[in-house]
Design a protein. Structure first.
Length: 316
């Protein structure tokens, strides 16, 4: 795969003042596309980021929600936009990559059709179940799955977290498809489906209300509020799966434009206020350069491909 090069040396003011850049700056309304419905964790964090980014850009970016096809409608829109820095996307990196393997009619390949600007944050995510579910932690869930292959269910909305866990543990869990994480989480709370992966931001209110319980947390550390909840890696030491959010630009964005976008994005994420606001919503600010973000996503894509194959998930 051809790598896109991020060159700090191309931040020269003369390049940014070129006629093409100047026309772009005075042209279309700058937009930050969020390819999901308003109110979800991506939308909330995307709006916080967009406000901070606008301050760095000296130009007001508006959030434009373009939901549909598991985020692919918004992704397609951004990929076909002019590569002038006026149309960007804030999205879940791993969910975006998932769709390449999960959608039969998907013509978008994110790492071919988009350019990473930065990784914005790592998302604290949990595997949750109803309080009445017999397993109290991930070890018990996997033991149940080994004794009764294919009996226990998980709500599936394009996130491959539980599929990856099942593949690593070599157990069979039954997928129950949903159009979104919130409806799936509601059915898990009601006991209709056994478990689901959810961002901590979405699950926390139901966890605190006693309507859900956490079986495991993704990532390397336990949660401060729920210190007794195991990490997946404590149960499966070789497991690597992380939810993360990224800022992407249209294909063809390069040179001075990409460098300026990355500089602004990282400056926007550097403030203590946005870091605290993200943390309160279950996200850890963790910016990377465009090159580092691309390498991180390429590694993630390779792992997703292995998970899809191991879990025998077919495009739908």
């Amino acid at each position: 795969m051809e790598r896109r090069t991020f060159s700090k040396g191309l931040l020269a003011g003369a390049a940014l003042a070129s006629s093409g850049w100047a026309r772009a700056q005075s042209g279309r309304q700058p937009t930050m596309v969020v390819p999901y419905t308003p109110g979800g964790s991506t939308d909330i964090l995307g709006r916080l980021f967009t406000e901070a980014y606008s301050s760095q850009a000296g130009d007001k970016y508006i959030v434009e929600n373009r939901p549909g096809a598991n985020g692919m409608l918004g992704t397609a829109h951004v990929s076909s936009s002019p590569p002038d820095g006026r149309t960007l996307m804030y999205t879940f990196g791993n969910l975006m990559l998932n769709q390449e393997f999960l959608m039969k009619e998907n013509r978008i390949q994110p790492l071919r059709d988009l350019v990473p600007v930065t990784r914005a944050c790592l998302i604290q995510a949990v595997i949750v179940a109803a309080p009445s579910f017999p397993a109290s932690n991930l070890r018990q869930l996997l033991d149940m799955a080994r004794k009764s292959p294919g009996k226990h269910t998980y709500a599936y909305y394009g996130d491959l977290g539980i599929a990856a866990v099942a593949a690593e543990a070599d157990v069979q869990l039954l997928r129950v498809p949903y159009k979104g994480g919130v409806p799936g989480m509601m059915d898990v709370a009601a006991g209709t489906v056994d478990v689901i992966t959810s961002s901590l931001a979405q699950a926390a209110p139901l966890l605190k209300a006693g309507k859900l319980k956490a079986l495991a947390v993704y990532g390397d550390e336990r949660l401060r509020e729920w210190p007794d909840v195991l990490t997946v890696k404590e149960v499966l030491p070789n497991f690597r799966a992380v939810d993360y959010q990224v800022v992407m630009a249209p294909k063809g964005t390069q040179g001075a434009v990409l460098a300026q976008l990355a500089q602004r994005a990282q400056a926007a994420l550097a403030g203590s206020e946005i870091r605290q606001a993200f943390l309160e919503r279950g996200a850890i600010v963790a910016p990377l350069s465009p090159e580092e973000t691309l390498a991180f996503m390429e590694t993630d894509r390779a792992q997703l491909a292995r998970v899809v194959k191991a879990a025998k998930i077919l495009p739908e």
